[in-house]
Design a protein around this ligand. Structure first.
Ligand code: Z15
Length: 844
């Protein structure tokens, strides 16, 4: 059906089209209107929740107007688009971000104040959109911000989980998971009940030859689930471009429930079908860097991929172009292997639905003129996705056939290149010949993509020399590249640290640095400026006071804002080595206890702050959380130690809490076993906010060092190239342990932090079971380097200079740089220039 308004009537439309509001009065008018009509309340029952709702709706209206215009502009230009497929988008809160990106936060602040509210209280009403686990999901969120800010025609595609990552509660020192139902009131999404895609599962494949002798495959039977689109506007910073994130929600194909069953009295099963369908998008899998191979997860992946590709193909077909032009119009980035089925699904659409023959279709799918790009985020074997063939066969029978065909053609080409090398064939086969057989998703992603990238230099080198070695030989080195991760300075500087942003703006000529982060370089000339340093230090102190208040209100523990704040916040994982940190804390505790009063006076007081979630089934990670909390319980109430050491575990670390925590660090810890952390991105956030780093030579730490200078970072520990050999020196059962670590273990074993039995598995993994993550090997170096941190912190003047120089040199780590690299090297897309930048607040 043609839904477009006829030419004659369009003038009326234009006359009444919504104009985005800009003034304080108009904002207030909108807020009051939403309170009194949309929310059906009044000034007599408008609490902060209602004020949040109304303020959000006022901004949403603005965003959606720009969203509409952006979509029209992009459709009209009909240039190449980017589709970013990610199972996770860790967005955090939207209101503060929307206000800042459209440049109207001050307007809103005054407006809300006149209406009787403090803007911070209103912002704090919002529930985080926590549709992700950690780094990978947050990276996707930063990328959306950058793509919109740089005016790229780009869409994000994901799943609309009803439950995001669980909320973490700490009860008696243990992690307890609570469901995160976040959709009670979500003004930031637009349900598109008219955009619905049928997705098929199970069933079987019938093959036959048609009249022309062509082989035809029909996937039939099984069940259908509906995918309903929900759109979330993504505003760029200081630009009218407002892109789209489309999230799919699952729904039973029969609508509400099966009426036939219902009418025949079979109430239970009529509802069961509906619930089974809705289960698909019900909950985010809470594992970070771990693949568990569950059927429902594969269902989620196919559901999301099938709906997204259908949508992408539908949009392409509207342009009435030939299939051969598909690769010129579309770039699809696969965020990890989770959306790898997109490659298979596109091939299926082309051969089964559009009637192209295999070669013609496969040329389009794998066209070197840009189509799929695959980003690898880890080398950890337990995180590499594999699906059992029987499970695949049952759920997606046609896709399994296509995978076998892709594999056959691929192995034939390998055989031609390396005749007779049977080991090579076995090593690179997409199908692992195990019991049961497994589909290796990373290999499928490599074969179907034109570029594969790692996320930091060391990581990109490692994948080429380890897990993907053979593929470099097969496809040549040019297929493999690096795009070092980045973070958006809008959220991670301007929004999280407004005072620092303001100070920088005052010295660099406005907010331009937020769009060109290399402008930060201009701060170098203030590194020895007394007045500037004073202001700089005051801001850090104020941020620490704010965190201290938050710590007091959530944990009851009083911490001294003048102490050195040492922070490690990230998912809890053995490879990230929070255990190394807490053992170091225990070592410090022992050291303090053994000090004389005179010695104690010379020591810089420290607050060790931890935060992060453990995957619910990851017992070792939960044990680490337990130990941290128990150490805190003992140390924090030891009067003999007082302010010299406090140990805090912050509950439920998430994006909005990161916005309070990150600006308050003096030192943050990025201490993974060398070669295990692909990049890390919080390392970038902390340095950008004027904190220094203690870290290993791993992931992006190495490039951060290159940029800011090795005098401004505390590096320690063994190097990636030595890790393998070191592991071989660990004799199971008689590992030569670091003597200081032995003392720490002895204290734990004396029940000093509660029943030592609870920590046996943790200490045992190091003493008796091979110390896979080299905790003992790196312990001495870690302790020594922490002592250097203590020394350096005593000289506040030099310390501040180091932090200023570091911030000045962080320009490289903007996700804008990152997106520009993807656009040029991988996507081959250009931004869509904006002719007139009207309608924006543009606040300084
Ligand atoms: C995840 O958060 C990351 C990698 C993964 O394979 C999965 Cl499943 C989740 C992280 C990396 O651990 C981290 O080093 C990196 O900075 C981040 O992805 C973004 O690339």
């Amino acid at each position: 059906v043609e839904a477009s308004i006829p030419e004659h009537q369009r003038d009326a439309w234009k006359k009444f089209q919504a104009k985005p509001w800009v003034s304080k009065d108009d904002f207030e008018k909108e807020v009051v209107r939403h309170v009194e009509t949309t929310l059906a309340r009044s000034m007599f029952n408008c609490d902060e929740t209602a004020a949040y709702a109304a303020a959000s709706l006022a901004f949403r209206d603005r965003l959606i107007t720009e969203w509409n215009r952006t979509q029209q502009r992009q459709a009209f230009a009909d240039t190449k688009r980017v589709y970013y497929l990610s199972l996770e988008f860790l967005m955090g809160r939207a209101l503060d971000n929307a206000m800042l990106n459209v440049g109207l936060k001050n307007v809103a602040k005054e407006g809300l104040s006149e209406l009787g509210f403090r803007i911070e209280d209103i912002i704090n009403q919002e529930h985080d959109a926590a549709l992700g686990n950690g780094g990978l999901g947050r990276l996707a969120a930063c990328f959306l911000d950058s793509m919109a800010s740089l005016n790229f025609p780009a869409w994000g595609y994901g799943l609309r989980y009803k439950y995001g990552i669980f909320k973490q509660e700490i009860v008696d020192g243990y992690q307890v998971e609570v469901p995160d139902y976040w959709l009670d009131f979500n003004p930031w999404e637009f349900p598109r009940h008219d955009i619905v895609v049928d997705v098929q599962f199970y069933g079987g494949v019938r093959k036959y030859q048609d009249e022309d002798g062509k082989n035809v495959a029909v996937w039939e039977g099984g069940e259908i689930v509906k995918a309903v689109a929900y759109d979330v506007p993504i505003p760029g910073f200081n630009t009218p471009t407002t892109n789209n994130m489309r999230l799919w929600s699952s729904k039973a194909a029969s609508g509400e429930f099966d009426f036939q069953k219902f009418n025949s009295g079979d109430y239970e099963s009529s509802v069961a079908d509906q619930q089974r369908a809705e289960t698909i998008s019900a909950v985010l899998y809470p594992n970070d860097n771990l693949d568990r191979g569950k059927e429902l997860r594969l269902k989620q992946q196919y559901f999301w991929v099938a709906a997204s590709l259908y949508d992408i193909v539908r949009r392409f077909k509207k342009s009435k172009r030939a299939w051969s032009e598909f690769p010129d119009q579309i770039a699809i980035q696969l965020n990890d292997t989770h959306p790898t089925l997109a490659i298979v699904e596109l091939q299926r659409i082309l051969i089964d639905m559009e009637g192209l023959d295999w070669d013609e279709a496969w040329t389009i799918v794998t066209n070197t003129n840009q189509k799929f790009g695959y980003t690898n985020h880890t080398v950890l074997p337990e995180a590499l996705e594999k699906w059992s063939v029987p499970l695949f066969q049952n759920l997606l029978p046609r896709h399994l056939q296509i995978i076998y065909d892709i594999n056959m053609f691929f192995l034939q080409s390998v055989e031609r290149k390396f005749p007779g090398d049977r080991d090579m064939l076995a090593r690179v086969s997409i199908i692992e010949e195990s019991q049961p057989k497994m589909v290796r998703m990373a290999f499928l992603a490599i074969v179907g993509s034109h570029k594969v990238n790692g996320v930091a230099e060391l990581h990109s080198d490692l994948i080429k020399t380890t897990i993907f070695r053979d593929f470099v030989k097969i496809f040549g080195p040019d297929k493999f590249t690096n795009v070092t991760n980045g973070i958006t300075p809008r959220r991670w500087l301007h929004q999280a640290n407004p005072r620092l942003s303001e100070l920088i703006a005052s010295k660099t000529g406005g907010l331009g640095f937020l769009k060109d982060l290399n402008v930060l370089n201009e701060l170098e000339k203030f590194a020895d400026d007394k007045e500037f340093k004073k202001e700089w230090a005051e801001i850090k102190y104020a941020n620490k006071v704010k965190l201290a208040k938050y710590i007091k209100s959530t944990t009851g523990v009083t911490v001294n804002p003048s102490a050195l704040f040492d922070i490690q916040v990230k998912r809890i994982h053995e490879y990230k080595r929070q255990q190394l940190n807490i053992f170091g804390v225990i070592h410090r505790y022992l050291t303090i206890k053994a000090m004389t009063a005179e010695e104690r006076k010379k020591l810089a007081p420290r607050v060790s702050i931890f935060g992060g979630k453990a995957a619910p089934g990851y017992w070792m990670a939960k044990t680490i959380i337990h130990l941290i909390n128990n150490v805190g319980a003992v140390v924090n109430k030891d009067p003999d130690v007082g302010d010299l050491l406090k140990v805090i575990f912050l509950e439920d670390y998430n994006v909005s809490k990161a916005e309070i925590i990150t600006p308050a660090s003096d030192i943050s810890e990025h201490i993974s076993t060398a070669g295990t952390e692909a990049s890390g991105t919080s390392n970038m956030k902390f340095v950008l906010n004027g904190g220094l780093i203690i870290g290993t030579c791993d992931g992006a730490n190495i490039e951060i060092t290159r940029e800011i200078g090795e005098n401004n970072i505390f590096l320690f520990g063994n190097l990636a190239e030595d890790v393998e050999d070191l592991r071989h020196t660990h004799n199971y059962g008689s590992h030569t342990m670091d003597p200081d670590l032995v003392k720490v273990f002895d204290l734990i074993k004396s029940d000093a932090f509660g029943d030592a039995g609870a920590f046996g598995a943790l200490t045992g993994s190091i003493e008796d079971h091979g110390d896979y993550y080299l905790v003992s090997d790196d312990f001495h170096s870690y302790i020594e380097t922490q002592a250097l941190v203590d020394e350096a912190y005593k000289n506040q003047d030099e310390w501040i200079t180091k932090t200023i120089l570091s911030v000045a040199r962080m320009g490289f780590f903007s996700s804008d740089r990152c997106i520009n690299e993807y656009a040029e090297m991988i996507w081959n897309v250009e931004p869509l220039p904006i002719e007139k930048e009207g309608g924006l607040g543009k606040e300084e």
